[in-house]
Design a protein around this ligand. Structure first.
Ligand code: WTA
Length: 639
């Protein structure tokens, strides 16, 4: 069986086969990868514990699939094209051969610094090629990487390092983002005050920001590379891994306070990201593929690094932001590097659309063959703008629905093969069995229906556990509905059987395509000394998709409410990171609670949305009068 599906008829046939004979199907797909040893059993599973094992008995290394196996034929093909933040700085290209050399070199650096198979390594780097090198070097020696997005605070880094007991941190002096410089090393230093497990910090030079290098702990990336060079640059053979050995941990927000470490393992994740990448985007041998995500999120892991590289693709990574030096930057990059496939988030599309068409006009986007979106529902207006202005009406848009936990796309069009409808993720990819259920877990059959989206059969890229706390994994994903993986998303299946994701049904916000738990933000707000209690909800935001709205009870009446708001924002930045700062803070004297003390978020959501016409039954509240006060306050805040 070929990896790429070429027609809708073929899609239907293969989909059917993948449901009827999942093990045979995935075994045929897995044949397209390089194994040191093949599997004994394709799949063993139950969703009760859960216990999910793909390709048991197989031995492999994902970097041999992403690098070594391509070098013979594609050695001089660009693997990574790097576009810097500043358009006046030279871009960089790493061919497959060069990337392999650099990965081997840095693998030896890791070994020289005492890192072995199974050790956890925290990576806190800007979007530079060394981030890809660091990730792949970990994978090559069997160390487990935990990449932390560069926008997270010291406290967030410390929590993640401690949860995973990381022995080593890889960071840079600083990072560039638009006009800003982020002092990454200094943030790491603040974090490490709380982290006993870290023995070594490797620091890459990027911004030439002064840093404090702690004796016996901190070393420079460049010096460590020189050491390997003086050792004669020995090769670093890939560690042979078991199929279910851990590949990486990536922390993500849920409906409770503490982010959880989603665990992905070697074989299944490799097969799944490679298969879904090549299919959804219908990647052709010489195409340049540009994903604008940050490698700090799952999109960057799966669809900048592992998926594209395992398929021998050219993956373009961008250090900067879409609106600097102006809102035409992405289009300049497309023109400069003759990008064929562009994959970005609806938030970026909306903000570039709002900046005006003059930034697109005159840019040569004729190379574009396919477009993609990810991370949040896309509104029709943004979809059409993307289609017309960027794709010129001839590039299929794949609206890829998936999650950190799913490893790769679950529901997505296949470019040029499946039909597309604005706002719809369309149909499940082969091997994916979605079902809609009602509150009681009863399956909702037929078309033209909505419900909570679950998956009833395993796929190779799925989450295996939450690091250090398997019970949490079970409770979060596998206990809400018996024998089903629960996604946390609401979903509509229309008359044609096409799927449209309607948004989270739990207490998780999606701000600019980033997942943020309301409880997490509340905990951060509550750290402020003047805050007694808070409740956070999402509200529709024209660019970010969702904005963060915080209702706050403060201990004393402040004459300068704005200053208190700034203080609270500062606190949230400190505890989580600037991405979690509330867009709106409303001071209230009480919160709508049931007699049992539960906050009625439904009411707060309505008020935040500005829709107070029908708040439902408020008579069961402990203090119904508080609702009127909050309503009035909200109107005042809107001005
Ligand atoms: C949302 C990002 C609508 C969804 C890959 C999901 C989407 C959450 C889409 C996962 C889409 C992702 N349409 N909503 N195409 N893709 N989502 O873990 O709510 O950062 O549960 O993974 O983003 O976010 P995460």
């Amino acid at each position: 069986m070929d990896l790429q599906i070429k027609s809708f008829e073929e899609y239907q046939r293969i989909y059917q086969y993948s449901v009827e004979k999942p093990e045979e199907f995935w075994a045929e797909i897995a044949e397209h990868f390089y194994w040191r040893r093949k599997w004994n059993k394709v799949l063993e599973w139950n969703f009760k514990e859960p216990n999910i094992k793909w390709f048991e008995g197989a031995r492999l290394n994902i970097t041999e699939n992403c690098l070594d196996r391509h070098v013979y034929k594609l050695g001089d093909k660009p693997a990574i094209i790097w576009e810097p933040n500043d358009p006046n700085e030279a871009h960089r290209v790493l061919t497959y051969k060069q990337l392999l050399d650099k990965v081997e070199q840095f693998s030896n650096v890791l070994k020289n610094n005492g890192i072995r198979k199974g050790d956890r390594v925290c990576i806190y780097l800007p979007m530079v090629p060394e981030l890809v090198i660091a990730v792949l070097a970990c994978a090559r020696i069997g160390a487990i990487h935990s990449v932390v997005f560069g926008g997270f605070s010291a406290q967030s880094i410390a929590d993640r390092i401690n949860d995973a007991d990381c022995r080593l941190v890889i960071t840079a002096d600083g990072g560039f983002r638009g006009t800003k410089q982020i002092a990454l090393k200094s943030i790491v230093d603040d974090a490490l005050v709380q982290c006993k497990s870290v023995e070594r910090v490797i620091v890459l030079t990027r911004t030439r920001t002064p840093v404090s290098m702690i004796k016996g702990r901190d070393v420079w990336w460049e010096d460590e590379i020189k050491k390997v060079e003086t050792q004669g640059n020995p090769p670093c053979p890939a560690e042979e891994m078991n199929a279910e050995d851990l590949l990486f941990i990536l922390y993500t927000s849920g409906s409770t306070g503490k982010p959880k470490g989603v665990v992905h393992t070697c074989a299944g994740y490799m097969v799944y990201t490679g298969y879904t990448f090549t299919n959804a985007f219908q990647y052709q041998p010489d195409e340049v593929y540009f994903c604008t995500a940050d490698i700090g999120w799952i999109t960057g892991h799966s669809y900048i690094i592992y998926g594209p590289l395992s398929q021998g693709a050219t993956s373009l990574m961008f250090e900067g932001v879409p609106n600097w030096p102006d809102a035409g930057r992405l289009w300049d990059i497309v023109e400069k590097h003759k990008v064929n496939i562009l994959y970005t988030a609806p938030t970026a599309i909306r903000s570039l659309m709002a900046a005006g068409d003059q930034y697109v006009e005159g840019k040569d986007l004729s190379t574009i063959t396919k477009l993609g979106t990810v991370g949040e529902p896309i509104n029709e207006e943004a979809w059409h703008w993307y289609d017309q202005k960027i794709g010129k009406g001839k590039a299929p848009i794949v609206d890829t629905w998936w999650q950190t936990e799913t490893g790769g796309f679950l529901i997505s069009p296949i470019a040029g093969v499946t039909p597309t409808v604005p706002g719809y993720a369309m149909l499940p990819l082969p091997g994916v069995q979605p079902i809609l259920v009602d509150e009681n877990g009863q399956e909702i059959e037929g078309n033209g229906v909505s419900g909570n989206l679950c998956i009833k059969y395993p796929w190779p890229g799925m989450i295996r556990t939450t690091y250090g706390d398997h019970e949490r994994c079970r409770q979060t994903y596998f206990s809400v509905y018996e024998n089903l993986y629960f996604t946390g998303d609401g979903c509509l299946r229309d008359e044609n059987g096409y799927y449209r994701i309607t948004g989270r049904v739990d207490d998780v916000l999606n701000v600019s395509g980033h997942r943020i738990g309301t409880a997490e933000v509340e905990n951060a707000i509550n750290m402020h000394s003047d805050v007694i209690e808070s409740a956070v909800v999402g509200y529709p935001h024209p660019v970010k998709g969702q904005g963060i709205y915080a209702f706050v009870i403060a201990s004393q009446h402040h004459t300068d409410e704005d200053l208190t708001r700034q203080d609270i924002n500062q606190t949230v930045s400190r505890i989580i990171g600037a991405i979690a700062k509330p867009d709106k803070i409303q001071f209230v004297s009480g919160l709508p609670k049931t007699r049992s003390g539960k906050i009625m978020r439904r009411i707060l959501r309505k008020i935040a949305e500005g829709d107070t016409s029908n708040l439902g039954d408020t008579t069961t509240l402990l203090d119904p009068a508080v609702v009127d006060e909050i309503k009035e306050g909200a109107e005042k805040l809107r001005g």
